[in-house]
Design a protein. Structure first.
Length: 117
């Protein structure tokens, strides 16, 4: 079992920045990938950034490439999403996800990011 707790969501003006954090606990050694997803009102949940826990390799959705940065701290069992140049269309609930070596997926409860125009 893996438990994930997100923090850092807030109301911010367009063009501003936010930093989201996800703290993982439980079977940390079983985690292969961690990532951030988001779900806007009336839309499906979408993946926006992932990181390979061992190699550090990252992938980004085109919509956030160049603006968002995902990073991991294996010592603290955290993954962070630095979001810059925020746009109103970035408004969503942001979820942390962990994928284990046995392809089990775990989710946090989410943190709300609201970007005002």
């Amino acid at each position: 079992q893996v438990q994930l707790v997100e923090s850092g969501g807030d109301l911010v003006q367009a063009g501003g920045s936010l930093r989201l954090s996800c703290a993982a606990s439980g079977s940390i050694s079983s985690i292969k990938y961690m990532g951030w997803y988001r779900q806007a009102p009336g839309k499906q949940r979408e993946v926006i950034a992932t990181i390979n826990k061992s190699s550090g390799n990252t992938l980004y959705a085109d919509s956030v490439k160049g603006r968002f940065t995902i990073s991991g701290d294996n010592a603290k069992n955290t993954v962070t999403l630095q979001m810059n140049s925020l746009k109103p269309e970035d408004t969503a609930v942001y979820y942390c996800n962990a994928q284990t070596l046995s392809n089990l997926g775990y989710w946090g409860k989410g943190t709300l990011v609201t970007v005002s125009s």
